[in-house]
Design a protein around this ligand. Structure first.
Ligand code: URA
Length: 200
């Protein structure tokens, strides 16, 4: 298997013409954030602002996402955020299954390079693609599933919160649970580090 650097991957994404979304996009939107982050947030696809900027979550839903992050004392630089499809679907429609399928190798490669401990799906589309096709976000958000050495969970998509602010406290509670999970995983890693070598 050929191994690419993150910069090479970004270059592939920036110049990708693998599906029709590339014909209508302004800019492809590669994920962004810390490449050492133990947590990756994955949403469905760029919107209008992101298509203009080439950066995920720069629009109104990005501001909701930042509020949720700052609620747990974190910033964009502490995490990594990306999308299933890297180009804006026209008129912000849901990305078609075939478009998602075509774009998935990029997301898989991002995950391979970052090796996150936790993957957080933002919204139904990402959760149904990554966790289970029949995933029910209203019922299952905030629950953790362990698969292939990674914890998977979901929270409401920030744009769903924009449409209905009463979802914000639930989403904030899910972010707190993510923070707790990160602490727990960091603590068990420290424990392992201490038990790895015992000179007595
Ligand atoms: N909505 C998404 O799903 N992704 C973005 O990057 C921005 C808005």
């Amino acid at each position: 298997m050929m191994l690419y650097t993150y910069e090479e991957l970004k270059d592939f994404v920036d110049h990708c013409t693998r599906c029709a979304l590339s014909e209508t996009r302004n800019k492809a939107v590669m994920g962004r954030g810390s490449l050492r982050s133990p947590v990756i947030f994955i949403a469905e696809g760029p919107g209008r602002s992101e298509d203009q900027d080439g950066i995920p979550f720069t629009g109104r839903s990005g501001r909701v996402f930042d509020r949720l992050l700052s609620g747990i004392g974190m910033k964009r630089e502490d995490i990594y955020i990306t999308n299933i499809v890297k180009c804006r679907p026209p008129n912000n429609r849901d990305p078609h299954p075939q478009e998602q399928e075509t774009c998935m190798p990029y997301l898989k490669y991002e995950t391979l390079l970052l090796r996150p401990k936790i993957i957080v799906c933002l919204g139904r589309i990402a959760a149904q693609r990554i966790i289970r096709p029949d995933y029910r976000i209203t019922r299952e958000h905030g629950a953790f599933i362990f698969r292939k050495n990674t914890w998977l969970t979901s929270v409401y998509h920030p744009s769903a919160i924009l449409r209905d602010e009463t979802k914000f406290p639930e989403a904030q509670a899910d972010f707190f649970a993510i923070k707790e999970k990160l602490k727990e995983l960091a603590a068990s890693e420290n424990d392992c580090a201490h038990t790895r070598y015992n000179p007595t």
